[in-house]
Write a protein that binds this ligand. Structure first.
Ligand code: M6R
Length: 369
């Protein structure tokens, strides 16, 4: 069943190009229009939306964080992302013009389900992004966009994350299109880029040898830090979560700009710091800020592991280990930059002799609160 792989996780990491392609399939028309027929919300409903809440847990929450950047940029609708377990127990301001997007691989996560019910009680419309046909969360939602990632067996979420990102991008573009805030050719340009993602992911996967080697080198680290900005920030959080969950190692993700407000004190001689660098193209300022953050941590002794876009030579001087991924527009970059972090966590866990597919204390689907 593992198809020759040692772990389901490795198989699922390798399935990502296909999983993303399947999730996009049939949803992008030749004219660059987005087709979302399973969304049972009328165009008028979508035009009436004046606020979006994304609710999710764990890895799905990280995909929601990325979605916020894309949705606000493309649609200009205010969008908040919240952990389902927090959303549920406070008093969020919602009404029938609020769109709640519940993201869940399993469709059975109790916290997300309870948050969804909480939203429905206040008449908000709920759109589920889910990987499991007929599961509870989509059944209780007004509309559902299925990610077609296929079954995910390993406890650590990999292909589900990438397909959630793809689905969120589709939702964002669709909203922008229906509301007339993006021209068809602008949507078409993003769609073209999205369609290249599966082939680019295949390239990323083919270049993972050095990351597997690095994983063996880092197996005895006492802590690993991850830093990123903009959409690289949720990627940093996701990289740290994978490492905690699989390697039982202390790991933390930070918004790189926050480091100097306290956390930089953690850095000691040789502390591994994984740095997610935004594209130097388009948002050059963001890139330059990140490069100075890398210099700062390195000046304090960090061993820097830099994930950057192919062709970005400016970072090379500050990288103890440099991993290039193909060029994408900034908002889509998490589709690429997450993959080395999955491979790294899987490799470290394996080198430490852990059960990669069934980490201690965890269940694939968290059906208790
Ligand atoms: O099935 P869900 O997407 O609702 O699950 C949410 C989290 O429990 C899940 O993403 C968890 O964080 C993963 N094990 C992380 O790899």
């Amino acid at each position: 069943e593992k198809g020759g792989y040692d772990y389901f996780m490795l198989k699922e990491i390798d399935e990502q190009p296909q999983a993303v392609a399947e999730t996009l399939l049939g949803r992008l028309s030749e004219t660059g229009q987005i087709v979302l027929d399973e969304v049972r919300l009328t165009d008028q409903d979508l035009r009436d939306v004046d606020k979006i809440f994304i609710i999710a847990c764990g890895t799905a929450y990280h995909s929601g964080m990325v979605a916020k950047y894309a949705i606000e940029h493309w649609t200009r609708i205010p969008c908040e992302v919240e952990l389902a377990s927090e959303f549920r127990y406070r008093d969020p301001v919602l009404d029938r013009s609020t769109l709640v997007i519940a993201i869940s691989q399993s469709g059975e996560t109790m916290d997300t389900l309870m948050a969804l019910r909480h939203a429905k009680e206040q008449k908000a419309r709920v759109l589920a992004i889910c990987n499991t046909n007929g599961s509870t969360i989509p059944r209780e939602s007004d509309a559902v966009l299925y990610t077609h990632g296929g079954p995910e067996i390993a406890v650590a979420s990999t292909k589900a994350f990438l397909t959630q990102l793809a689905a969120c991008y589709l939702v964002g573009l669709h909203l922008a299109q229906v509301r007339g805030v993006m021209y068809a050719d602008e949507v078409g340009a993003v769609v073209d880029q999205l369609q290249q993602a599966p082939a680019q992911l295949t390239e990323v996967l083919a270049a993972m040898g050095p990351v597997r080697q690095l994983a063996r080198d880092l197996k005895d680290a006492s802590t690993v830090l991850f830093i990123g900005r903009h959409v690289g920030y949720p990627v940093a959080l996701e990289g740290a979560l994978k490492l905690k969950e699989l390697a039982y190692m202390h790991a933390e993700g930070f918004a790189a700009g926050e480091l100097k407000h306290g956390s930089i004190a953690l850095i000691d001689d040789g502390t591994p710091v994984v740095c997610i660098v935004p594209s130097p193209v388009g948002r050059g300022m963001l890139h330059d800020k990140m490069v100075s953050n890398i210099q700062e941590v390195r000046a304090r002794g960090a061993r820097t592991i830099v994930i950057a876009e192919a062709g970005d030579e400016a970072v090379a001087a500050y990288a103890d280990h440099l991993i290039y991924v193909p060029r994408t527009p900034t908002l889509l970059a998490p589709l690429m930059t997450t993959v080395p972090l999955q491979v790294l966590a899987c490799g470290i866990a394996d080198a430490r002799g852990n059960d990669v597919d069934q980490p201690r204390n965890l269940a694939k689907s968290v059906t208790v609160e």
